[in-house]
Design a protein around this ligand. Structure first.
Ligand code: URA
Length: 341
């Protein structure tokens, strides 16, 4: 009889009836387990692991070939014989608990990167880089309602009064003798646009009456025009102090007067004298040296750019180019220059 405090299980097969001592029974169980393929791992006798396939004898890098973890030499002797005879009755072995591989730490999924924002539109400055892009956008003059000449003359006089009363540019207002509106007929074949009145113009109230005006008259004559046939005006209606160039703000302030003048006069062709009118009427920052070779237009009116008469007085060798420009203009107008006497 087993003692009451014995922890061993009674042998299923009546072990004691086979006459085995307790150590022998233990050894028998171990052998049975070994035959069933259960191996005791070295260093951890409490841990069992089934190894269906023999371990691979991988050479350790740089070291001698490793021995199999367990040498499974066939058991011999009485216990082995008994074990083999009892093998079918070997106690079922619960499959060892699966070795739970430690899960790799769950990496936080990085927040989806916001889609790159659409790059801001690149600002493209208007061609020419001038100041009056919007102000100059408008219907071609010949698409405007046709007003009779009397009405237009009346409106032109009204506009002249507005200009005379203008106080938009304080520095100019304080220095001017009078405003210089412009002169010439309605429906002029040609309209000349200059820069601003000078000292003579400020005194007389008429554009191009000084030395530059004398040269302009000659140029017009060479083209076959009487001065009185041509409408003549400027970007500014006031003389800039010291005959300096018009400032952009001044040109901007005065621009509506020029536009309304041209809408009422309705010239057939425009001749722009120098860089100031090409910059402020055509919205072109390109120099006259380039623009003079182009077929330009303003609101449907063909335009020829050329050098300012005052510039030609300073650089007389440019007169040849200026004459080329006038011939070009006449050609576009369908006119021929009068024969020299
Ligand atoms: N220069 C101009 O541009 N305009 C004038 O009226 C006189 C000189």
């Amino acid at each position: 009889m087993a003692p009451e405090n014995s922890t061993e299980n009674p042998p299923e097969n009546g072990g004691t009836s086979q006459g085995l001592t307790l150590p022998e029974q233990v050894a028998l169980h171990v052998e049975l387990l070994r035959l069933a393929g259960v191996r005791f791992l070295p260093g951890d006798p409490a841990r069992l692991s089934t190894m269906a396939a023999p371990p691979v004898n991988r050479p350790s890098p740089g070291g001698p070939p490793q021995r199999p973890l367990e040498a499974s030499a066939p058991a011999t002797g009485r216990l082995a014989d008994m074990a083999r005879s009892q093998q079918p009755a070997a106690p079922p072995i619960d499959p060892p608990p699966p070795i739970v591989q430690p899960k790799p730490p769950v990496r936080p999924v990085p927040a989806a990167r916001p889609a790159p924002a659409t790059p801001p539109p690149v600002f493209t400055p208007p061609k020419g880089g001038g100041l009056f892009t919007l102000e100059q956008v408008g219907a071609p003059l010949d698409s405007l309602p046709v007003l009779d000449s009397a009405t237009r003359l009346e409106m032109l006089e009204q506009l002249r009064g507005e200009v005379a009363a203008c106080k938009r540019c304080a520095p100019l207002v304080s220095e001017r003798t009078q405003t210089v509106f412009g002169v010439g007929p309605l429906d002029a074949e040609l309209c000349v646009v200059g820069e601003a009145p000078g000292a003579n113009e400020d005194k007389l109230g008429e554009p191009f009456v000084g030395e530059a005006g004398q040269l302009l008259n000659k140029m017009l004559g060479a083209c076959g025009f009487e001065r009185s046939q041509v409408f003549i005006c400027n970007i500014l209606r006031c003389r800039p102090p010291g005959n300096r160039q018009p400032l952009p703000d001044e040109a901007l302030a005065c621009n509506p007067f020029l536009v309304r003048t041209l809408e009422l006069v309705r010239p057939k062709f425009l001749c722009l004298m120098g860089a100031t009118p090409t910059r402020y009427l055509l919205d072109q920052s390109t120099g006259v040296g380039v623009l003079r070779k182009r077929d330009l237009a303003w609101r449907g009116i063909p335009v020829q750019a050329t050098y300012h008469p005052a510039y030609l007085l300073r650089y007389p060798d440019k007169k040849r180019d200026a004459w080329e420009d006038l011939l070009r203009m006449l050609d576009r107008m369908g006119r021929t220059p009068p024969k020299a006497p």
